[in-house]
Design a protein around this ligand. Structure first.
Ligand code: PLP
Length: 390
């Protein structure tokens, strides 16, 4: 059975060029980049090249890039660095729809001496900018707001947010894990202090990430150890993966246009056909301002997990917007923050495409999904009730 992979916000296929670029560092080029000898020095040069590639994808300088083990580590590092560099400020701000890498750390900090403000979103997943403005104070150490949401694909107005935050003198960090490689980012034009990204979301390997730290930003390392990464992150670099991330960044600069044309068209086709063919279907999130590859679709009165299982039998890999917690299906915190009604949140599916998806694959989903939803609704007492009442 062929796999149709439309779960690219979870992780992506390693590009063949990335795989090729990584291989030497798992075989013959095993030197330590911190060594003084020529053998290690060669590897150090390759890390430098990767740093330059990541920097140029972001409009940054190579010295502003620190390699980490993941998007999660980058997020954690940025937040700890900001609060440690501003020990007198005990207020921190984030949004209600962040990834657990930020959300759970903020919840931890809220129990450990910090006042936390979670900025709400509206029904389309758009950030309440007035709330942000009103809650920023001179005591705010850091504002961290994601560039694009992993579930809805909604893109936040990072430039506007950065202006508001900088006016109040707080540190501004953005989790751009879902945005990098999908949309243009130019840090020459947008004043963020720190930005997180992750290799496996842009056809690079898993277990490698990067943190952009704008020159002049006060910083203290999260991993304390050797002098690697100019003293900003101890631990010998994961050389093969760092080189892979560098290659993935180069490729992303090239395929970004395809992502925003062909991939977007495929996403739009999938969305419009599902809306046309399946009654009681809702698209969650601001359709004007979304990542080109993502759609979050709710099929009312069916459970997302059942849809996923039936699609899985056909080889289609997607995600649902609810997770099984203690035996019951709980809609995700993102859909809850958006106020998506329970009947819709339970039946939410996220499709996230990539440059490796074909039109045939999307046609296959368009053909197979309507009968699946129909069959599941025929078994659902809620659907029958809803039909009976019109
Ligand atoms: N931030 C966002 C928005 C994500 O989507 C993810 C991964 O799903 C992460 C952070 C964590 O990245 P990693 O898996 O590299 O730790």
């Amino acid at each position: 059975m062929n796999v149709i992979y439309v779960d690219n916000n979870a992780t992506t296929k390693v590009a063949p060029e990335v795989f090729e670029a990584m291989l030497p560092y798992l075989q013959e080029d095993y030197g330590n980049p911190s060594s003084m000898h020529t053998f290690g020095g060669k590897v150090d040069r390759n890390i430098k090249e990767a740093r330059t590639s990541v920097a140029s994808l972001l409009g940054a300088a190579p010295e502003e890039i620190v390699f980490t083990s993941s998007g999660t580590e980058s997020d954690n590092t940025a937040i700890w660095a900001a609060i440690q560099s501003n020990p007198d400020k005990k207020h921190i701000i984030t949004s209600r729809v962040e990834h657990p890498a930020v959300k759970n750390l903020f919840e931890y900090l809220s129990k450990n001496g910090y006042r936390v403000t979670f900025i709400p979103v509206d029904s389309k997943g758009r950030l309440d900018m007035d709330y942000l403005y009103e809650n920023l104070t001179d005591n705010t150490a850091i504002v961290t707001i994601m560039w694009a949401n992993n579930e809805s694909g909604v893109i936040f107005p990072i430039e506007k947010i950065s202006q508001i935050v900088k006016e109040r003198g707080a540190v501004f960090h953005t989790d751009a894990v879902q945005a990098v490689g999908k949309i243009q980012i130019d840090l020459n034009k947008i004043d963020v202090d720190m930005l997180s990204l992750s290799g496996h979301k842009l056809h690079g390997p898993k277990g490698v990430g990067a943190l952009y730290i704008r020159k002049g930003t006060k910083f203290s390392p999260f991993l304390i150890g050797g002098h690697q990464e100019s003293g900003r992150r101890g631990g010998t670099e994961n050389v093969a993966s760092v080189v892979g991330l560098g290659k993935a960044s180069e490729l992303a600069a090239d395929y970004m246009e395809e992502e925003n044309t062909r991939v977007k068209q495929l996403r739009n086709k999938l969305e419009s056909e599902l809306l046309k063919q399946i009654p009681n279907t809702i698209i969650n999130g601001d359709r004007e301002n979304r990542l080109p590859n993502t759609t979050n679709v709710s099929f009312e009165y069916v459970e997302g997990e059942s849809i996923l299982l039936m699609m899985d039998e056909l080889g289609v890999c997607a995600s649902s917007g609810s997770a099984c917690t203690s035996g019951s299906l709980e809609p995700s915190h993102v859909l809850r923050a958006m106020g998506v009604p329970f009947t819709a949140a339970h039946g939410s599916i996220r499709f996230s495409l990539s440059i490796y998806n074909t039109e045939e694959e999307i046609d296959f989903i368009i053909e197979k999904l309507p009968p699946i939803i129909k069959r599941l609704r025929e078994m659902s007492p809620f659907w029958q009730g809803s039909e009976a009442t019109g």
